[in-house]
Ligand binder design. Sequence first.
Ligand code: ATP
Length: 445
Amino acid sequence: MAIVNSENDLMEKIVTLCKRRGIIFQSSEIYGGYNGFWDYGPYGVALKKAVEQLWWNEMVETRENVVGLDSTIICHPKTWKASGHIDRFGDIMCDCKTCKTRHRVDQMEDPTTCSNCGSKDLTPPREFNLMMKTYVGPVFDEDHIAYLRAETCQPIFTDFHLVRIATRKQLPFGIAQIGKSFRNEITPRNFTFRSREFTQMEMEFFCSDEQSMDWFYFWREQRMKYYTEKLGFREDELQYHDHDKLAHYAKAAVDIEFKFPFGFGELEGIHHRGTWDLSRHQEYSQQNMEYLDQQTNQKYMPTCVETSVGLDRTILALLTHAYDEDKAPTKKEGMEDDVRIVLHFVPRIAPVQVAVMPLSKKLNEAAEKLQKDICRFYRTELDTTGNIGKRYRRQDEIGTPFCLTCDFETESDNSVTVRDRDTMAKERVNISQLRQYLDDKIYGC
Ligand code: ATP
């Protein structure tokens, strides 16, 4: 039973746990941190890589009609002129003159009042561009300005023909990419939800205009299924949010929102982008971006449907979903039950899937051997310090679904005790059956 009292409480607890267990912490902490930048520690990076791999497998490896790309973070500055980011990628902000809080006008409940202190003394709204600038080459002047990409999808558009020709793909097909994006967010907040450096996982699906709405609905459904079936989110934690205001070139747009500790917020956007991006790159590069349909012999500009999700927001959603506190019974009479913090990650993405523990120091060697044998198949950890109860707690806090204990019978009966994180039940499993047992539980196969 969860004993988290309020939503703010939950966010605070998640942030505290993440720091204590080396999942996520502030970047450059020794210098006081750097607002909007976060480091992932050993368990955080394991979780991040597992989710990346799951997304890649879901979107690329198991689909014949989607291929991958890994483009540079800095690309030709004209890319961002063509995409509209240099001229228009900004938030309208205003400042409270009383308490100095900066607000995004589109997110203010009442754009005439500061939500922090209630003052009505606000500056007029001003636009802030979110592109991060740098210089490329030896001279630091206007001609050498370049930008860190604000989204991973633009190079997908500029590389469209190179990828298409190299892979001999015909429409409809998609190109996917995972990578860092940078936005000079004016008000980074809510832990990793809004940061200045973050990872996106995006897929641009190219098709004909006639088919584009069918594909839009296809991806809308597929992406929701991924969250419930692969990441284990509950239906009440997710909702669609259809946009009522659409870009002039778009036929539809929907966000998949997750119930974060501060309320529902965008996790992923599924956007019909029309022919906008390819047409703009055609205009700015003077290269023909059209596609020749070999069956009909007709040339046309492909329409694009995009799925775009932040990896960092996915991790925050997973932590929100997984965090729980319950009462673990103590064995000592008269003592109160202990509060147990546990992360209920689905086993396939847990940072450590299997912890191996010797019951006594004398059994270290046997445990080490077992861990070596299974570390090729699962993310494992050898946990040798502290009493077994403490080790279970430590593993619960990082979300390890299975702990294997080698004890004094292990050598004679070739078995270990497997302890389940969620039920805390223990069962004896023969080492020769262990692969099958863990595969079943972790991958359902
Ligand atoms: P928001 O309205 O929250 O600023 P957006 O509509 O600008 O988001 P997109 O440009 O559609 O976001 O980016 C796609 C995805 O990238 C988002 O759904 C989100 O998961 C992620 N993302 C965008 N901005 C950030 C950020 N500053 N920090 C972390 N993730 C982000």
